[in-house]
Design a protein around this ligand. Structure first.
Ligand SMILES: [Cu+2]
Length: 158
């Protein structure tokens, strides 16, 4: 009886320690390619010409977007619930459910879109990889890739 309880406690301790190790390992792996976002929001007096990312069905559509430096991206909430567009790192996205295990905002941008039709835009001036998520829904995880003007394959700036 007593031995059983001790074993049970010990097992729980081992499991707890293992999950801490996994978490630390995941975070360490991610920090290896830390980006240096140095963007600044510009005044967008008129409707930005850049791509629009829709927030619908508890997803960012599209969830991966590549733009040239200097592009303004607009997010538009297409459903009657609140989402956020929060820049930062997320980890532990389950391949089956798409749900992340944790996230940490990095302060590059953070907007709350409280209801249908609400929009937010941000101009990406520095090349890099920008991950972002909805702080409310763990399945909403996405990436913006900003490439330098010279490395673009579109060639429509000439
Ligand atoms: Cu959301």
């Amino acid at each position: 009886m007593e031995i059983t309880r001790i074993q049970s406690v010990r097992r729980r301790l081992i499991i707890g320690a293992a999950s801490v190790l996994i978490t630390v390992g995941t975070l360490a792996g991610c920090s290896a390619h830390a980006e240096m976002p140095a963007t600044s929001p510009l005044n967008a007096s008129s409707a930005p010409a850049g791509p629009v990312i829709n927030l619908s069905s508890l997803m960012f559509n599209p969830s991966n977007t590549t733009v040239k430096a200097g592009t303004t991206i607009t997010w538009r909430n297409d459903e009657a619930i609140t989402h956020t567009v929060t820049s930062g790192r997320y980890v532990g996205v389950d391949k089956t459910t798409g749900l992340r295990s944790s996230q940490k905002a990095d302060g590059v941008f953070n907007a709350k879109l409280a209801g249908k039709g609400k929009t937010f835009n941000f101009t990406f001036t520095e090349p890099g990889t920008y991950t972002y998520y909805c702080d409310i829904h763990q399945g909403m995880n996405a990436t913006i890739t900003v490439v330098g003007e010279n490395t673009s394959t579109e060639g429509d700036q000439k």
